[in-house]
Design a protein around this ligand. Sequence first.
Ligand SMILES: Nc1ncnc2c1ncn2[C@@H]1O[C@H](COP(=O)(O)OP(=O)(O)OP(=O)(O)O)[C@@H](O)[C@H]1O
Length: 356
Amino acid sequence: MIRLHNVSKTYYPHGRSRGRPASDAGVTALKSVDLHVPKGQIHGVIGLSGAGKSTLIRCVNLLERPTTGSVFVDDQELTSLSGQALNQARHRIGMIFQHFNLLTSRTVFANVALPLELMGMKRGEIRERVLPLLDLVGLADKVSQYPAQLSGGQKQRVAIARALASRPRVLLCDEATSALDPHTTGAILELLRDINHKLGLTILLITHEMEVVKSICHRVSLISEGKLVEEAEVGDFFTAPRTHLGRSFLNDFLELEPPRALIERLEEAPGEHSHPVVRLAFSGDAVSTPLISRLARECGVDVSILQAKVESIQDRTLGLMIAELMGTADETREAIDYLESHDLKVEVLGHVQRDV
Ligand SMILES: Nc1ncnc2c1ncn2[C@@H]1O[C@H](COP(=O)(O)OP(=O)(O)OP(=O)(O)O)[C@@H](O)[C@H]1O
């Protein structure tokens, strides 16, 4: 449904003039991005501030025109269109924004009606289209109110109804819940999930919050310095991110870091009298297997659990633990092999001196 092929975007300080001086290098915000979002999927793009998320999503409806590469939506190449043809194609793409972008002088009804007025639709038809949409987003009783009379969550619901007014095939969400509190965020994400389900709408969203990805996305891409560096099913991303940045997002989300006092004592290389400190991630059957007690029995290693957590990520259960393995060098090495042979991901964070 959405396909980006080799899309790059460079912002030039002096626009796109042909006589650009050689020193006018510009900022390359996207580098050779390939992305495919099949029909009916909810796809998240997550990244740090400045990574290129907004540029990426704005390239999908050509609010930003890519410097090179092509963009297809619903099998139509948007990058080959301009003028009226591009306007027509954009009716199939709805968009919502972090700060809602409502017109303050228009009522809720008139905000949702605006794109239909611009399409030249008759008043009666507009009414028939807008009222069910306001019902869908739970605002049937706010038809005549103005944006200033609404909460943030209600404003975003108006924006969602407006985005759906032209019956788009695709909805783009630009940090749509970043200005909302966690409870309201949950409600808006549930509405988006509902719309995806009921209308079969394909959704591409950008966010810097793992919670958003965890709650509603099917797949996720990680963006860093303008490049998509990782793409995975959400369950896989949360159990075994492949990049350092992915692991750092996951650790921040899980808030699973060794205690500060321990971090200060961690040494990179093992010593004669040191124990490894490991981060263990396990999913599937391993969650319910008593591996730690077996470790003690079968490898003769004592395990001191420093932190542990079990998370439900969609249909998967993910266990995480930070632990100190106490035994001789041979015993702890054997213990790590044992854990890995049972499909646990083991990351040695460092080594701490034993009290001798
Ligand atoms: N209109 C512009 N002109 C020049 N540079 C821009 C423009 N818009 C974005 N940039 C630059 O492009 C890079 C990517 O910005 P972008 O806004 O796409 O990132 P982002 O991941 O959405 O960041 P944030 O989460 O902070 O909004 C940044 O270095 C930014 O400074």
